[in-house]
Design a protein. Structure first.
Length: 445
């Protein structure tokens, strides 16, 4: 964000990369506009890939929704939600790596980046061993709590978490190096392979376990696409320990990012877990089907913001508040249009998703859309605050998330109550994040 004296601003606030205003002004004078144009084009390519990924997500849901029973369909989406929550620490590391790499993107500092990537993978082992052990021990009990006939989906979701722990290191490094084309290729590879592998494994009779395993394999394939484009240290280039940075530099923003992303993951996914645990299998599947389209708007809005904001930032480098208001107003208008269309087209959308009519899902879809609207709007100030490592946001959002979990535990007896809790928590997150972005103007906030 804008700092004291306006000496710098976040050109890419959703990724945390910084560019000084002086260098940008000088760049405009010496003909470096083409580089800025390439940045926007690269961001546009990545945004298109993300939108394509969102469409592939709908395709994946439609394919498995037609191949699985409602109970198995609910298992897939609830376990995907749990996997997202469990992989939050790795995603927080991604933000820290993006900041670090973007500040050392020069060719002469590639050895530092290579050492950083190697160290990040080494430290990732710290998460691997205890997470695997805990997951394997708790799998039977978790299957019982979530009303699952077997522990297979639990083990498959562990594979997703392990693959997801690797991806943020690659994504954070590529973002910092501004290799948006590689990121786009990896994202699209993951999206397409997810559909193909998931459908193939379900077709051979593995049901929900196969769909989840296909997700894990697609993440591994995407990682293999990205790895060749990352710098890796050769022993002849630099002796061990000569990377010239302290680990504290990498993790300077890890704490705030972890708190914010953890709260965001809970607010976005805890209702799916509550529905699977509290509702009968068929009702949980109906709830899951209604949620697919409501959550899907997030995948369209955030990529658009990541492209539009940099262009606005260059036009108004001194007024971040104007940019935030523009983004918030644009997303609000976009979401209202989606909600109105979704309300009238609910029967058609559910039939396209499941290949059959489910009256329960048709009734829930409009309520789901409007309940998720505050959460969608909150993504704008939350991501701006995360780019600045806002301490106020890092303290407040976890409190809202804990209160949300408590409300779900108390009132998760039927879908209507779950949606009421979701709407209230989303509204609280929106109001608090907007207030934080409005009040938190000092650099140390």
């Amino acid at each position: 964000g804008v700092r004291a004296g306006s000496e710098s601003f976040d050109l890419w606030p959703l990724t945390g990369m910084k560019r000084s205003s002086e260098s940008i002004s000088a760049g405009c004078l010496d003909g470096s506009k083409s580089k800025a144009s390439r940045l926007v084009q690269g961001g546009a390519l990545l945004a298109l890939a993300n939108v394509g990924g969102a469409l592939c997500n709908y395709l994946f849901q439609a394919v498995i929704g037609r191949m699985l029973t409602m109970g198995q369909f609910g298992i897939v989406n609830s376990m995907l939600s749990i996997s997202l929550i469990a992989s939050v620490p790795a995603n927080a590391i991604s933000w820290s790596m993006t900041r670090f790499v973007s500040e050392r993107a020069g060719p002469e500092q590639r050895p530092q980046i290579a050492a950083l990537i190697q160290q990040a993978f080494q430290r990732l082992l710290i998460w691997f061993v205890p997470l695997c052990g805990l997951w394997l021990v708790l799998a039977p009990r978790a299957a019982e709590f979530l009303n699952m006939p077997s522990s297979g989906p639990i083990y498959a979701s562990l594979a997703i978490v392990l693959a997801t722990l690797i991806r943020p290191i690659l994504q954070g490094s590529l973002r910092g190096l501004e290799r948006f084309g590689v990121m786009a290729a990896a994202n699209m590879t993951q999206s397409f392979s997810r559909v193909v592998l998931g459908a193939l494994l379900v077709w051979v009779g593995t049901e929900a376990t196969g769909a989840l395993t296909g997700n894990a394999l697609s993440l591994v394939i995407a990682a293999l696409v990205a790895v060749p484009f990352l710098p890796f240290r050769r022993k002849a280039e630099m002796p061990l320990g000569g990377h010239g940075f302290q680990a504290s530099e990498l993790y300077a923003f890890f704490g705030p990012s972890l708190a914010i992303m953890g709260a965001l993951a809970i607010l976005s996914n805890a209702d799916m877990v509550a529905a699977k645990a509290a509702l009968p299998a068929a009702e949980a599947g109906v709830y899951s089907a209604a949620s697919v389209f409501a959550r899907g708007s997030l995948f369209f809005i955030l990529p658009a913001v990541s492209v539009v904001f940099p262009r606005l930032a260059r036009q108004h480098p001194g007024d971040r508040r104007v940019l935030e208001l523009w983004m918030l107003a644009g997303v609000a208008g976009f979401q209202v249009v989606i909600n109105i269309c979704g309300t009238f087209l609910a029967p058609l959308l559910i039939r396209l998703l499941l290949g059959r009519t489910e009256s329960g899902a048709i009734d829930l879809l409009p309520r789901f859309l409007w309940s998720m609207t505050p959460m969608t709007l909150a993504m704008i100030p939350i991501h701006f605050g995360m780019a600045r490592a806002s301490r106020r946001l890092a303290w407040g959002l976890p409190v809202i998330a804990v209160a949300y979990i408590a409300a779900l535990v108390r009132f998760h007896v039927e879908p209507a109550w779950i949606l009421n809790c979701l709407a209230l928590a989303s509204l609280c997150a929106l109001l608090y994040s907007v207030a934080t972005c409005t009040l938190g103007r000092r650099p140390d906030v």
